[in-house]
Design a protein. Structure first.
Length: 132
C-alpha cells in the first residue's frame, strides 16, 4: 500500500506544510526526522545535488499537470488569483532553472524556523506527547 505524502505552501499566509500518513508507532520517528532536517536546512541550506534534483523534478513534472480541461482551467484561475501573467506556463521552467544555491540558502535561513513547527497528529501515537 502506498501512503500519500506531500509538501505545500500558502505563501500569502506565510504557511508551509508537510503532510504524511504513517502508522501510530512510527509517527514519533517521522516527527523527529522532520525537525532535524528542517533545522539542518535552516542552518546549512541544501546541496547542489539536492537543488539540481528538485529542479529536474519541478521542470519535468510541470507539463504533466496540464492533462484535462478542468485541470487547465483550475491552473489558469490560480494564476489569475495570484497575479501571474498569461505567459507564465511558458516561462515557469526558466524561472525554476534560474534559482541558485545561494538563493535557496538565503530564503531557507529566513523562512525555515524549526522552533515554529507544529505537528497535528490524529490518533494515539506511540512516543508522542502533546504540547502547547
Amino acid at each position: 500500500m502506498t501512503l500519500p505524502s506531500g509538501i505545500g505552501h500558502r505563501s500569502a499566509a506565510g504557511i508551509a506544510r508537510t503532510r504524511t500518513r504513517s502508522s501510530l508507532d512510527t509517527i514519533a520517528t517521522f516527527s523527529e526526522q522532520t525537525l532535524r532536517r528542517r533545522a539542518k536546512i535552516a542552518r546549512d541550506g541544501i546541496t547542489q545535488t539536492e537543488l539540481d534534483n528538485a529542479k529536474t523534478y519541478m521542470t519535468g513534472s510541470y507539463p504533466l499537470r496540464f492533462d484535462g480541461n478542468g485541470t487547465i482551467a483550475s491552473i489558469l484561475v490560480g494564476m489569475q488569483i495570484i497575479g501571474l501573467t498569461p505567459d507564465y506556463p511558458k516561462t515557469r521552467n526558466e524561472k525554476v532553472e534560474a534559482v541558485t544555491l545561494e538563493d535557496v540558502k538565503r530564503v531557507a535561513a529566513r523562512l525555515i524556523t524549526p522552533d515554529d513547527l507544529a505537528f497535528i497528529v490524529v490518533g494515539q501515537p506511540a512516543g508522542v506527547t502533546a504540547s502547547e
